[in-house]
Design a protein around this ligand. Structure first.
Ligand code: MLT
Length: 264
């Protein structure tokens, strides 16, 4: 389905009934990240699965910020009439957006799941590298990002078929969407103060073999967030929901089942 938000046609899927969960993919990925876990969860929950602006089947804007992505999600919830607090599941850049969503719309968050992500901002070197990559994408199209990301997304045990599938998805991502996301990530703030102030339950999920957002980042987040627990997905790199979907689903399910039901 599509909805127009801020003048852009944004794609999303909604399925199931029950308390709401929104699943937010990372960069430069798409809602297809969640395909392996949606069928199991939609029997018990209402799943809201957007393509972020500039990704998947959503139109791109020339610029973006974490605030803009977060407000797109809030507007989507409004459009589909979802007024209950949601479980917000953010993977990688989806985690950066989840922090911003929490800062801007905290009364709409029932619980946070921060998967394969980190709370610190880019250091000056990392921000500069992202901006340089953005300039290359403006000149050359998305190939430099596809070549840069594919080897780093997956752990050593990921199949060739899975890598090829995601190579295709990354290659189809619009260069404008990639440039806007790179700039947005370079500008994002430190989210450790946010984590320290979170009052809802938090699940932190890390891939055992993730080199993009390593386990050390996840441990730092867990220490900073008073209401958090950390689960490690065995044999997985950065793409936990597709590399070991059974383990990802199991830790998510357990967390969901243990949530206090009072606020829904
Ligand atoms: C992502 O998967 O969303 C990105 O790798 C995050 C990042 O580059 O910081």
């Amino acid at each position: 389905m599509n909805v127009t938000i801020d003048g852009l046609s944004l794609h999303y899927e909604v399925s199931g009934t029950g308390s709401p969960i929104i699943l937010v993919h990372g960069f430069p990925l798409s809602s297809e990240l969640w395909n392996p876990i949606v069928p199991a969860l939609e029997r018990e929950y209402r799943l809201i699965v957007p393509d972020l602006r500039g990704h998947g089947r959503s139109e791109a804007s020339l610029t973006a910020t974490m605030a803009r992505y977060a407000d797109d999600l809030a507007a989507l919830l409004d459009r589909i009439g979802e007024t209950r607090p949601v479980v917000l599941v953010g993977m990688s850049m989806g985690g950066y957006i989840s922090f911003e969503f929490y800062r801007r719309h905290r009364d709409r968050v029932r619980a946070l799941v921060l998967a394969n992500t980190r709370a610190q901002a880019d250091d000056p070197g990392a921000a500069r590298d992202r901006r340089e990559l953005a300039r290359r994408v403006e000149r050359e199209g998305n190939a430099p990002v596809v070549e840069n990301m594919i080897p780093r997304l997956f752990g050593p045990r990921a199949s060739r078929q899975l890598r090829n599938e995601w190579h295709g998805i990354l290659a189809a991502t619009r260069p404008e969407g990639i440039v806007a996301a790179l700039e947005a990530m370079a500008e994002r703030p430190d989210s450790f103060p946010t984590l320290a102030s979170v009052t809802c339950p938090v699940l932190i999920v890390a891939g055992e073999e993730d080199t993009l957002t390593p386990l050390t980042d996840a441990r730092r987040m867990q220490k900073a967030a008073p209401h958090s627990q950390l689960e490690v997905i065995p044999g997985s790199g950065h793409m936990s929901p597709v590399e070991n979907s059974a383990a990802f689903l199991a830790v998510l399910r357990r967390f969901l089942e243990e949530l206090p039901s009072g606020r829904v």
